[in-house]
Design a protein around this ligand. Structure first.
Ligand SMILES: O=P(O)(O)OC[C@@]1(O)O[C@H](CO)[C@@H](O)[C@@H]1O
Ligand SMILES: [Mn+2]
Length: 441
């Protein structure tokens, strides 16, 4: 098999990676600094002068980081005491070696995947270094605002689910498949609500997606929903006997509306018995602005339960119940907030790889997960997804992703080129999506 191609990088001027590092990442850093400024009084009320001192130190740390980024300085080792620090610093060494003497790893010369993940880990370091504000999530405000601005869309999907559950036992196989396909697409388009691509600007879901699925269907560039359905249906038929289970793992992406669409899909899988257990995987630290942390996950369930809308609160109660019963399990392994391509998981996080090998199918939500699945490399559009996974095959897997980075594989000959002529920004504007399956064998 040919060697994997080079990584996307800011060294390719004019690329989306270059634009992200030059413009969008500094914007995100500036927004974090502004957020800290705006919380000064809160820090004072909660912690007195110590809180204000800590805020000042964090801001100066982040301003220095922004200058390093904007002037293409070399990456520097982390020096906080977190469990993942040695792994990050080993990775920096690795980047030094692979740059084969072309100078130090730096923001515009190193792989985009590395430098972007590194920025979020340095933001976390800025807070960790400065107790008592070390537990402050600088993206929390934006995630909460996005949740409340998506209320109508959230009510619509929760209502749809509860109506569906009323007679789910009476649905025949075809009706079940149709509903499964609908909720897969809602989860796909929910991925547009991502605050990293908008650099923190409002990106909430204003309208109900359910009425527009047919309009969006032609924007799905790879549609492997049938493969997913067959795998789950065959597994369900086997689970009539007691011992066998159907475990679905969901590698979560954004909090807010997208998380609700993922929980709605999971509820459908459990209630239809297409899955006997669902495992959710979130992030250990605030990540890519809107990615789901354990706090976000629990906050969302509590928010639903206390909502003054019957179906929202019913969902919140049911979902909390599934977690209590162990039908649903929440995990958050540090690997998901490391810079590594997923093809290194077996070496870097063998425990997580072994955990995922128990899955019947792993659903990877979002663009960053797709970039890590395929190594964020300059693959040809027609390279098979299986090849681009570069031997990452813990179990059958499916990527559900709207395109927000210049990487896409598994297309038909000419499909990418045709899209490029009709819409130059097709890979980065989030208008197109994929539901791309790999059987793993
Ligand atoms: O993983 P998600 O939330 O779907 O998207 C993450 C993202 O917004 O951040 C990066 C650009 O800054 C890209 O991977 C993508 O655009
Ligand atoms: Mn995200």
């Amino acid at each position: 098999m040919a060697a994997a191609p080079v990584s996307l990088s800011g060294r390719f001027k004019g690329s989306f990676a270059y634009f992200t590092i030059k413009d969008r990442l500094p914007q995100i850093l500036t927004r974090v600094i502004d957020t800290l400024h705006r919380h000064k009084n809160e820090f004072f009320e909660k912690h007195g002068e110590k809180g204000v001192e800590a805020e000042k130190r964090a801001i100066s740390f982040l301003s220095k980081l922004r200058n390093e980024l904007q002037t293409d300085k070399p990456m520097i080792p982390l020096n906080d005491e977190l469990p993942d620090t040695p792994i990050w610093n080993q990775y920096l060494e690795y980047q030094r070696n692979v740059s084969n003497g072309n100078g130090q790893p730096s923001w515009f010369q190193s792989p985009w995947l590395y430098v972007e993940c590194y920025m979020y880990r340095r933001i976390h370091e800025a807070l960790i270094h400065n107790p008592p504000i070390d537990d402050f999530d600088p993206f929390m405000e934006a995630k909460i605002q996005s949740f409340f601005e998506s209320q109508q869309a959230i009510i619509a999907v929760c209502t749809y689910l509860q109506e569906l559950l009323k007679n789910i036992e009476d649905l025949n196989e075809n009706q079940l498949k149709e509903e499964f396909f609908k909720l897969l697409q809602v989860s796909l388009w929910g991925n547009r609500c991502d605050l990293s691509i908008s650099a923190g600007e409002d990106n909430s879901q204003k309208s109900s997606l359910l009425q527009s699925l047919n309009d969006f269907k032609s924007f799905i560039l790879v549609d492997d929903m049938e493969n997913l359905w067959s795998l789950l249906l065959n597994s369900k038929k086997r689970t009539t006997t007691k011992e066998s289970i159907t475990r679905v793992d969901m590698i979560l992406d954004n909090a807010g509306f997208e998380l609700i669409t993922d929980l709605v899909l999971a509820n459908f899988l459990s209630s239809s018995k297409l899955a006997t257990e669902v495992h959710f995987h979130g992030k250990c630290i605030p990540w890519f602005v809107s990615d789901t942390t354990k706090h976000d996950f629990n906050w969302t369930l509590k928010q639903l339960q206390s909502a003054n809308h019957m179906w929202m609160s019913r969902c919140g109660m049911n979902w909390e119940g599934n977690l209590k019963k162990g039908v649903w399990v929440y995990h958050d392994h540090m690997f998901w907030t490391l810079p590594h391509e997923f093809s290194s998981m077996a070496q870097v996080a063998p425990d997580l790889y072994a955990e995922l090998q128990k899955s019947s199918v792993i659903i990877f939500k979002g663009d960053l997960n797709y970039r890590k699945l395929t190594g964020d490399r300059k693959w040809e559009f027609t390279v098979p997804f299986h090849q681009a996974l570069n031997k990452f095959h813990p179990a059958p897997l499916c990527s559900i992703r709207t395109l927000k980075a210049e990487i896409q594989v598994g297309l038909k000959p000419g499909q990418g080129e045709q899209l490029a002529t009709s819409e130059s920004e097709w890979m980065i504007n989030g208008k197109y999506g994929i539901i791309q399956f790999d059987a793993s064998v």
